[in-house]
Design a protein around this ligand. Structure first.
Ligand SMILES: Nc1nc2c(ncn2[C@@H]2O[C@H](COP(=O)(O)OP(=O)(O)OP(=O)(O)O)[C@@H](O)[C@H]2O)c(=O)[nH]1
Ligand SMILES: [Mg+2]
Length: 296
């Protein structure tokens, strides 16, 4: 018999959700960067081994929203709550347990109460750089919050310290996710690693390189999409909100855009011509109709 389970990873921005997804899948599916709000959509990574398939959903970081885009990201992170077999809350041992983490654990409690069969897990990430007392402190803070959220939840939650980047503890966590998979048919073919289509993946690779190089609020102001795809010629359009941002994305003498193109192309098959164009679309992320149009 086959087993198949759906698992969501939820947490504050930048704790390492996408890194964990990639490590578990064994290849890059979701882009990562040291800036919050890197992930903007639900991205599924599929891990099939033998008769068991785990469908892992990476979500946008949950935060206090300031823009229409921010609201959409939170909604999308919350919308995964139903139909799950396991729910992973990710915390990081490198920062103080805070109100954001408490909010995420609240969502875990709600999901667990709605679905009695759901396996609630708390993962403390970045144990490769945090000192042991910090890891223990984060685990203890999470546990006392879980206890405050109710006896039933406290009985059900399992805790896993991991390093998503170095892979420490990831096998143990994956074993727990597999154990949470009920009997049932696979949701995806066994050779598929993601539901992200090629166009969106390519646009994401370009956005990843931009996000890693831009400063301040600029990473949040860019949107990328494939506008032309005629193998081996691919054009990715970069939307920014203001004229001044266009200059920053292009860089001095086109230097930044060139770097971005080179780094993104290096991750694509040999022979691809990747062309990047930059266009100003004022306030694309402030307007709901623009967000609809761009697929948020
Ligand atoms: N030291 C260390 N850094 C990590 C680990 N996991 C992730 N990171 C780093 O943390 C930063 C954020 O990682 P992401 O995976 O993009 O985080 P995220 O939670 O998906 O962030 P959002 O999509 O913005 O919500 C990146 O710089 C990662 O390299 C880890 O186990 N150890
Ligand atoms: Mg992410």
């Amino acid at each position: 018999v086959t087993r198949c389970g759906v698992v969501a990873i939820v947490g504050r921005p930048n704790v390492g959700k996408s890194t964990l997804l990639n490590t578990m899948v064994g290849e890059k599916v979701s882009i990562t960067a040291a800036v919050p709000h890197t992930t903007r959509h639900l991205i599924r990574g599929i891990i099939t081994e033998g008769e068991t398939q785990v469908v892992l959903i990476d979500t946008p970081g949950v935060h206090r929203p300031k823009t229409a885009l921010g609201h959409r990201l939170n909604e999308s992170a919350r919308s995964v709550g139903d139909g799950l077999d396991a729910f992973v809350v990710m915390l990081e041992a490198t920062s103080e347990f805070g109100p954001g983490d408490r909010r995420v654990l609240g969502a875990l409690a709600e999901a667990a109460a709605r679905t009695p069969t759901l396996v609630p897990l708390v993962v403390v990430n970045k144990v490769d750089v945090a000192r042991r007392p910090r890891v223990a402190g984060t685990l203890a803070a999470a546990q006392s919050e879980v206890v405050a959220l109710g006896e039933d939840l406290a009985r059900r939650v399992e805790y896993y310290p991991v390093s998503a980047r170095a892979g420490t503890g990831v096998a143990e966590l994956l074993a727990a996710l597999r154990a949470a998979c009920p009997e049932g048919p696979f949701l995806y073919p066994d050779d598929e690693v993601t539901d992200l289509d090629e166009h969106r993946f390519i646009a994401e690779l370009v956005r990843e390189q931009l996000v890693r190089r831009l400063r301040d609020e600029l990473p949040h102001s860019v949107h990328c999409r494939v506008t032309d795809y005629e193998w081996p010629h691919i054009n990715v359009e970069i939307l920014v909100e203001r004229d001044s941002q266009k200059g920053m994305v292009i860089g001095r003498g086109g230097a930044l855009l060139k770097e971005v193109g080179t780094a993104a192309r290096a991750q694509l098959p040999e022979g691809v011509y990747l062309e990047l164009t930059v266009r100003v679309d004022p306030q694309w992320q402030g307007r709901p109709e623009a967000l609809d149009r761009l697929g948020f």
